[in-house]
Design a protein around this ligand. Sequence first.
Ligand code: OXT
Ligand code: ADP
Ligand code: MG
Length: 569
Amino acid sequence: MSNEKEVELVDAFYMMIESLKNNGIKNLYGIPGIPITALVRSWQADGGKWFGFRHETNAAMAAGVSGYLTGVPGVCITTPAPGCLNGLAGAANATTNGWPMILMSGAAGRRNTDLQQGAFEEMDQLWAARQHVKAAFRVNNLRDFPVAIARAYRTAVSGRPGAVYIDLSHEALTGTMPAADAAKLMFSPVDPTPKQPADAAAIKRAADLLKGAKKPLILLGKGAAYAQCDADIKALVEETGIPFLPMSMAKGLLSDNHPQNAGPARSYVLPECDVCLILGARLNWLLGNGSGPTWGNQLKKFIQVDILPNEIDSNVPIAAPVVGDIASVVGQLRAALKGMPKADAAWMGGIAERVQGSKDKLAPTLKAQTAPGMMNYRNSLGAVRDVLAKNPNVVLVNEGANALDNGRMIIDQYLPRKRVDSGTWGIMGIGMGGSIGAAISTGEPVVAIEGDSAFGFSGMEVETMCRYNLPITVIIMNNGGIYKGNEPNAGGYDDPSPTAFVPGARYDMMATAFGGVGVQATTPEELTAALEASLKSRKPTVINAVLDPDSGVESGRISGLNIERKKKA
Ligand code: OXT
Ligand code: ADP
Ligand code: MG
């Protein structure tokens, strides 16, 4: 606040900071610079927590992941044009995954920008942002901050969550107004995430279908994990006795070792089921778009519960659409299904047999011995799995191709919202931003299992995690490249192949460079010791897990999506 004659004035930064506080925002992620440096200093001076990153995409990833894990939108703030564009990559990823966050960017003056006169960092940011976010707003006058921030918050968290962009125009940031008038504009929004129960007829239709099913299946997606009604979902699953299949980020919503978990029998239950209740998942590429071999080439009777009406029928006809929020709908379904007989014993027995078969097949590979420096995905992640089983509160962040697919398969989750990964886009670059966002917003330790390529997209944030002394352990699955490290140059000359990196890279040294802990692990025993020590110390740590460069397959488990060359040129 400043004094000018007898009228007390407040500036735009005051308006913005008070509005953020009124919406319950405590953390800001971003990178300072013109014109927001003074803003972030003021935020910190005012008691707000500021987390400065090395690249805006990672700051925006942190905001998106913290939004997913807590339900409170993460807020990221960037400088104009290049900073804004960098941040937009993270905002777009949040929107694609349905995670609530707010991205705000400073901007060059409208007069110059609209005439394309070449202002400092000139860009039509609102136009660029609009297609990657759920909504995009511009503040042109400091009086509008209370409404703009409340509106952004409500938009981010209600309906299908997503990112909201706010353009901070030069005009808005440079104004002042009387403090007395400002006080009258301030408010905290009432009930920003209203309950949306489903229509009774839709519930009855769904319940009737489920009651008549011979081989029912409950598919749990990250929308169900986000809904934070874990006990009710568990009760629905247990009361009906129906097997459940978690999508990757829904792992742990019910413990992976729950007797009804059909995860290890995925390729049996999807084609075999007759009625599938989908709770918070989309029938997108991760589910074969609802048809084809994934589903045994049959049209299943789908009951789809989703908050977004037009998600229904997006790929295949849905027999029983239920539009509403999962927390309300699960309660409604439980009431409608009361007394329903438990799922058929033969169906459950067949699943149990396949689950056991998969586990028996996997188990010995997790304990296999390899020469030092020649670990593979199975025995290295087998070691990690055993340590994490004793630390179920750890948030796991996972990206890569083989590192991702093996991580998802091998590492069990025991608690809800403890897994964040490449998600709907299969993105590389969620790693360090996601880990930092998870550590800050949950206060829990984080372990990131990273392909060496995946890590490279956000690796500089190791400095950030060391600067804030965050309890993050990064395990680099170092096979020396994208998918593999030993591919020769197809042309036969000395340049590296398109997928190879420097052999023998020492990623652990990146941590020691910034005062963190760096460890090289060449055997499963060394990996176990390094991870245990790191979780105990809660110090930022990078473990370079040295894998056989030959371990890994092209594109991991989604190699079928590759395009092969048809004929030689
Ligand atoms: O039933 P079957 O027999 O089939 O067996 C299944 C389960 O039953 C069984 N299973 C189990 N067995 C025993 N016990 C347990 N507990 C258990 N649980 C399961 O295991 C199998 C598999 O189960 P799953 O996984 O459930 O089934 P399936 O059929 O695989 O599921 C299908 C999918 C589609 C749901 C699943 O595969 C999936 O979720 N896939 C996600 C794939 C994905 O997103 N991949 C990442 C992208 S790849 C590529 O695009 C990459 N790029 C390009 C790039 C990207 N992405 N982004 C940007 C910004 N720029 C570029 C790059 C650069 S990857 C990449 C880097 C790669 O190199 P790295 O060095 O980072 O990584 P490495 O590969 O490690 O070197
Ligand atoms: P996954 O990747 O795990 O399959 P998706 O991100 O594809 O999950 O799908 C999540 C779905 O959950 C989205 O369609 C989204 O609209 C929906 N969703 C998110 N939150 C809720 C909620 N609270 N209630 C109902 N549906 C929700
Ligand atoms: Mg690799």
